[in-house]
Design a protein around this ligand. Structure first.
Ligand code: ARG
Ligand code: ZN
Length: 848
């Protein structure tokens, strides 16, 4: 056994003692024996040896200033002793051999469906050649690719090409994690763009032949992103070409390599027949995200991986702003908060909780998390709320001018805001360094025309952080009078103490408060409000987020009482919700969101926080009763709701049309609880787009039907990997609790199941953990199956195995039997021979 991998600490950061003035790479591509020649031009900056990272490289030759070096690398790299290094500039050359065809970890250079591609973030470049593989070493790259494949791409601008070769030059100094290479038999969907200062840019999306008619939406999203970044942030594109490549085998969503973004094909390819409205929205958001990285990530990168949120939090924040501008800010905000709670609050409440800027890690790939990304974006939203829109704009301009071309830190980022606005952000910085979700409790008082709101904040200890000093919390508040008119418009209260009161004077009557408008801070708001007050806000709040939130809180109160007291939904909730559902003055997308019942995992967390041990089966059963009660209440209106929202004419993926389809499907789902699936079965057959095809099928599976439709779906789509992922996932996601594990197990034996393809693996095993009652079924079958497959996947693709292991992160919520079963599975994983650093770190942290 090798010794336990050692953690890396933020406090150990030291600058690299050399500068790389240029990197020249030549690739002689071959599936199992690719040769990589590298020539690095270096200059010493400080004393010390030259340490280059390198893993699994077969060394063919090494030289320094043309003199052969007889050095042997160790398992993680090569050290060139200081004594061998001349004063002044020098050149290091290496030739190594690597095996892309055997690279199933999908990190470094690998093959996917006959094409070569790379994924270097975070530390994949060291699997390509020897290099200081750290983000603070930035250099211009020249790349030559030799291969018989017709399309040969790398970063930057094309320099020259001939038969069997191509050369690229990237003038912008970049860290190695932004390096990319693609070679394949690909076709392009092309467009032109002219930046606002007049630079023409050739845009191309490269896909496998046959997929080129599914690129239009991604291209349109790219063009809108480029324009938006110019208009809103003043950021222009800076190369002659911008290439995007779609690959089927990819560990994550996409990657912002300079000038050559590489995407998981599911976030590029779309047509009305194959992609749902959610797919279209995600494509738009991810295309924007990767494009926006060109400034927030590439031009200004991170000093070290602890600063990951510097680029990810900011870029998520920017893509959320963009999607809001393109669609609806209200709907986008609600969806983002739903995701934040489902993923980040869950993470923050369990054994994997970590700060937005962590201070140690074993495997950095385990920190591409909801906390770094989504909470990282929330922190920027709060900063903007605190300094105002103008302060934010000034700070961002300063950030771009001050740090362009640099590898920066969170301290640099906060300093920019301090310098631009004169604000002291010392306390605010805790949002970056302290893990955990603050819980804010509210009480109020009314006396002689003065209304007082008192807030208390408390954050539970998280791993390694027992003490939680108070944070700055921007709490946006508005007040309504009893008639429902707004008497105090949205005001941001700045909470800085553990407990703090705010007074509103000169009011005629006791107001109804609307607190945490727009979800102004990522906290759990604990306010014991009556059902009447919630229903009042659902009807009258002028803040769309809080209007929705009031309905949500009402529904969660009802569901909690159904689970714990066996109560049934009363007319207050049903009537309030029915009014919103049928209010034609509201955006259909908003109405659809209001009709969405609280999720089972969310309910489990809420009950746990209220001191109740959640019973997944009971939550599942209560939620079904809740849906049926709502369906009965809306019975007379459902058929009309379903029919009148039908879109005339051909499919368009815009937000308005998508919102109408969402409400239509919400109605169909309710209808299905009353008509045994008749309407859904005919909707399935009538569907002329994937949104409705999948929507109707999900309705049927939810009531234990849909077998015939599954057969039709498979017959129609078996040649399409991305669509078949939906077929796999739906069956598991909508299986009855007692059948989920068996369904997933059966699907792993399907001839089209392939654990080497992360999308396919996730569509089965990710769906299993997404089926809350199925995953936590008391038989323990789903726990066992998940652990079996993580152990099997780990040697093949440790990164994806580690990521999927978060299915187990909530074990502490549940009863002793389930806890023992989950911990047993985690122990079994930890004991697996040859366990990866990735999965080992995750299992170890979850066990505590
Ligand atoms: N920087 C990419 C993005 O968010 C994510 C790449 C993460 N890859 C990884 N192996 N951890 O756009
Ligand atoms: Zn990103």
């Amino acid at each position: 056994m090798t010794s336990d991998p050692q953690p890396v600490h933020l406090s150990d950061y030291r600058p690299f003692p050399f500068r790389v003035e240029g990197a020249e790479l030549t690739f002689r591509l071959n599936p199992s024996a690719t040769r990589v020649l590298s020539r690095l031009h270096l200059v010493r900056q400080a004393p010390g040896d030259l340490r280059l990272d390198g893993e699994r490289l077969e060394v063919l030759s090494l030289s320094l200033n043309g003199q052969p070096l007889s050095l042997t690398p160790d398992a993680t790299g090569l050290t060139i002793p200081a004594a061998l290094i001349p004063e002044g500039p020098f050149t290091f050359e290496a030739e190594v051999r690597i095996d892309p065809a055997a690279n199933t970890a999908l990190e470094g250079l690998y093959m996917s469906g006959g094409m070569y591609c790379t994924q270097c973030e975070a530390e994949g470049f060291r699997k390509i050649t020897f290099y200081p593989d750290r983000p603070d070493v930035m250099a211009p790259f020249r790349v030559r690719i030799e291969s018989d494949l017709p399309v040969l791409l790398s970063n930057g601008n094309p320099v020259a090409q001939g038969t069997g070769w191509a050369e690229w030059h990237d003038p912008w100094p970049k860290p190695a994690y932004l390096f990319a290479l693609v070679a394949g038999d690909l076709v392009a969907h092309r467009a032109d763009f002219v930046t606002r200062s007049g630079r023409p840019v050739d845009l191309a999306i490269w896909v496998r032949p046959g997929d080129q008619d599914r690129c239009a939406y991604a291209m349109d999203s790219l063009i809108r992103s480029m324009r938006w970044d110019e208009e809103v942030y003043g950021r222009e594109y800076d190369l002659d070409v911008f290439n995007i490549v779609a690959v089927d085998d990819f560990n994550m969503g996409a990657m912002e390599n300079k000038g050559l973004n590489i995407f998981n094909s599911k976030y590029v390819l779309a047509s009305p027949e194959t992609a749902t409205d959610d797919d279209f929205a995600r494509i738009e958001a991810i295309i924007a995200h990767e494009y926006f990285h060109n400034w927030t990530g590439n031009r200004i990168t991170c000093r070290d991986w602890f600063q990951l949120c510097l680029k990810e939090g900011l870029t998520v924040f920017r893509d959320q702003q963009f999607s809001g501008d393109m669609r609806s800010h209200a709907v986008k905000r609600i969806e983002d908060v739903l995701t934040l709670r489902a993923r980040q609050f869950r993470e923050d409440a369990g054994p994997l909780a970590h700060p937005v800027r962590p201070d140690s890690y074993v495997e950095i790939n385990n920190f591409y998390t909801a906390t770094v990304y989504e909470k990282g974006a929330e922190v920027i939203g709060m900063l903007k709320r605190l300094v105002g829109d103008e302060g934010y704009a000034t700070a961002l301009d300063l950030y771009f001018t001050r740090h362009d071309g640099e590898a920066a830190t969170i301290e640099d980022w906060l300093k920019v805001f301090e310098d631009a606005t004169g604000r002291d952000l010392t306390q605010f910085a805790r949002w970056y360094t302290d893990a955990g979700t603050p819980r804010v409790t509210v009480s109020d008082d009314w006396q002689d025309g003065t209304y007082t709101l008192t807030f208390r904040q408390e954050t539970q200890p998280t791993p390694g952080q027992p003490e939680k000093p108070p944070r700055v919390i921007p709490i946006a508040v508005g007040l309504l009078n009893p008639n429902g008119d707004e008497i105090v418009p949205t005001t941001v209260l700045e909470m800085t103490e553990a407990a703090q009161s705010f007074r509103f004077e000169g009011l005629a009557a006791k107001p109804v408060p609307s607190i945490l408008r727009g979800f102004s801070a990522p906290v759990v708001l604990d306010r014991k409000a009556s059902p009447e007050e919630r229903a009042f806000l659902l009807a009258h709040d002028t803040d769309p987020f809080n209007k929705w939130e009031a309905g949500r809180a009402l529904a969660k109160d009802v569901l909690a009482r159904m689970v714990t007291e066996g109560a049934e939904p009363g007319p207050d909730w049903l009537d309030a919700l029915a009014r919103v559902a049928l209010d034609e003055s509201l955006d259909p997308a908003f109405r659809a969101l209001a009709l969405r019942l609280p999720g089972e995992d969310d309910m489990a967390q809420t009950l746990h926080e209220a001191g109740v041990t959640p019973d997944p089966q009971a939550i599942h059963a209560a939620r079904r009763r809740m849906g049926r009660a709502l369906a009965l209440r809306l019975r007379p209106q459902l058929p009309a709701l379903f029919d009148t929202l039908r879109e005339p004419g051909p499919f368009t993926p815009d937000a308005r049309a998508a919102g109408r389809r969402a409400l239509r499907l919400a109605a169909l789902s309710l209808l299905t609880r009353l008509d045994e699936g008749q309407a859904a079965a005919s909707a399935y057959r009538a569907a002329d787009n994937m949104t409705e095809e999948v929507g109707a099928l999900a309705c049927l599976l939810d009531i234990g039907r849909g077998q015939e439709e599954l057969g039709l779906f498979q017959a129609r789509w078996q040649g399409d990997r991305n669509v078949m992922d939906k077929w796999f996932a739906l069956q598991v996601l909508h299986a009855a609790p007692g059948e989920a594990a068996a369904t997933a197990e059966r699907l792993t034996r399907h001839p089209q199941f392939d654990m080497k393809n992360p999308n396919r693996f996730r569509s089965v095993m990710g769906a299993l953990s997404g089926n809350h009652a199925g995953f936590h079924h008391i038989s323990g079958a789903a726990y066992r199956l998940t652990a079996d497959w993580l152990i099997r996947l780990d040697p093949v693709n440790p990164q994806t195995a580690a990521r999927m292991s978060t299915a187990f992160e909530t074990w502490a919520r549940y009863d002793a039997d389930r806890q023992a079963m989950i911990r047993g599975e985690l122990q079994r994983i930890l004991a697996a021979p040859g366990l990866s650093r990735d999965l080992g770190e995750m299992a170890g942290r979850m066990l505590g």
